[in-house]
Design a protein. Structure first.
Length: 192
């Protein structure tokens, strides 16, 4: 999985007033937890743009006061009106502990059902996957080569060694439904 490096500065004071001052300076208050102690730091909002505003999942190499750590984003808080990032939580990765991450679904191939006029409906854009950090993938490829009209691919049909998908097994990832044009064509063919 890809990594992005960011650096932050430690926070001396933790509280609303200090966080408001940091945001005014263009910084985002952040917390790194999962280790022996929590690390409170501030990071530039511009540095976080490549990590936050993308569908791609990244490991983040964080450097705070000379200490380097590898983490993932665990939670983000946005301002309700401006949609500005106001706080971010990172979870420290441990190579021996499995971690759950939402990984994007990438559809591959061409569906024969779509070729005859069906409509492709993707219900899940990400899947929750639990695995050791070294085993995580950039995306999960789902083939739609065999999807006819009325058929679907469910979570239970995805087989990934070393990874455990935690979504419900009966959840539909992608399906091909009958489009309005195809329905009309079938009705007209039935009248003749």
């Amino acid at each position: 999985m890809k990594s992005i490096a960011i650096s932050g500065s430690p926070r001396e004071n933790v509280g609303k007033r200090d966080a408001k001052e940091l945001r005014y300076q263009g910084l985002v208050p952040a917390v790194l937890y999962g280790g022996a102690t929590q690390t409170h730091f501030a990071v530039s909002a511009a540095d976080l743009r490549a990590v936050v505003y993308t569908p791609v999942v990244h490991f983040i190499d964080i450097e705070v006061a000379g200490v380097k750590s590898q983490a993932i984003i665990k939670d983000m808080q946005f301002h309700p009106l401006t949609e500005q990032l106001i706080h971010i939580d990172f979870l420290l990765l441990d190579e021996k502990k499995p971690v759950t991450i939402e990984i994007p679904v990438k559809l591959t191939g061409t569906s024969p059902g779509v070729k005859v006029g069906g409509k492709l409906v993707q219900k899940l854009r990400k899947l929750r996957v639990k695995a050791l950090p070294k085993d995580h993938l950039d995306n999960i490829e789902v083939s739609i080569e065999a999807l006819e009209v009325g058929k679907s691919v469910k979570v239970s049909e995805i087989n990934l060694p070393k990874l455990t998908i935690t979504n419900a097994a009966e959840d539909t990832i992608v399906s091909v439904t009958t489009s309005r044009a195809l329905r009309q064509a079938e009705q007209e063919a039935g009248k003749k």
